[in-house]
Design a binder for this molecule. Sequence first.
Ligand code: NAD
Ligand code: TYD
Length: 378
Amino acid sequence: MKKSIVITGGAGFIGSHVVRLFVNKYPEYNIINLDKLTYAGNLSNLKDVENKPNYKFVKLDICDFDAFYELMQKEKVTGIIHLAAESHVDRSIKDPFTFARTNVLGTLSLLQAAKLYWESLPEKYEGKRFYHISTDEVYGALEMTRPEGVEPPFSTTASSSEHHLAYGEEFFYETTKYNPHSPYSASKAGSDHFVRAFHDTYGMPTIVTNCSNNYGPYQFPEKLIPLFINNIRNKKPLPVYGKGENVRDWLFVEDHARAIDLIFHKGKIAETYNIGGFNEWKNIDLIKVVIKTTDKLLGRAENEDMNLITYVTDRLGHDARYAIDSTKLQKELGWEPSLQFEEGIEKTIRWYLDNQEWLDNITSGEYEKYYESMYKNR
Ligand code: NAD
Ligand code: TYD
């Protein structure tokens, strides 16, 4: 049977990389990009694949059960890779209901429609797959137990043998108990539980993956890295929350997309896989690298824009440290990140500087007003 795969949230940051990878790599599949096109969805992220014969875009809200059920029937959908979500922690603090609606109810709506459609077929769940993309934030926050004064070098290699470069002894494992703190992570945790419940209750072939912070081209510039690149370019303040000491574990988005491809095809049903590159950075150190590299690429004097760093009121409930252990994925499926961080961050900054029109289109109008009000309220 021809594979007909719905990728939800395909017009967003990670989703657009997954759509591009699947459309180019699998001309024999029917790839359907399903997206509501919220502020975060942008079809210009997919200009290079929009005319491919195996690609189709459908504008749809994942909460619209009837429309999705109809689409499942019409397209004879065999697989779902679910990325559509409200994804920004700061927005979830201001407006938690939207997060519960899209992330929890939207996911449940997809699950229920897939269940009804697949169970109506003679072969039922055979050859089907519901793959849910989640985040490491559902595990909560880790402590920073690294001795003071010991900093990781600029370049970290992405391998599990590099644990000593971490900011603490604990990691998030697939077995770590859920302990979400923000409305965003609570809503993602809720959706993860529903996905697993559909396997355990109805036998739906599900997979869940939990990934660390992604960076790379096409990320909406409300998230740390693209926001700061854009602000440096425009000589605007760089709002560092608290003391800038929170730690995040960064993965290049194309490496996440490759992991999703591998897991969709080779992952074991009902399993959870953690995805991350063993690449922890204190925010302030990462920010300094971004400033240095952006200044270099813009031909500005070294460190010219360090004075844009502006310490602002901390995010409410700001998680101290995230750190993913992805040994299971590396050992069982042979996945490795392909890029060293210094390569990935330079490639990313170069992309934003080469695509200023993309940035300007996105940051004009409504978003500009929203950002100014968020910043003023701090
Ligand atoms: P994003 O905000 O860039 O994109 C989300 C996409 O979902 C947008 O295209 C938006 O239009 C669409 N969408 C939102 N609500 C919708 C609805 N009701 N119906 C249909 N489409 C809707 O997000 P992202 O950063 O690409 O994240 C994608 C997924 O990966 C999310 O599920 C997120 O939780 C997860 N994730 C993200 C990261 C990260 O660092 N960005 C890390 C781990 C996991
Ligand atoms: P973000 O990109 O929002 O991702 P997440 O909250 O999902 O980890 O933020 C990454 C880190 O950067 C996080 O610790 C919050 C911090 N941050 C700032 O200091 N200033 C900012 O303007 C933003 C958006 C984030």
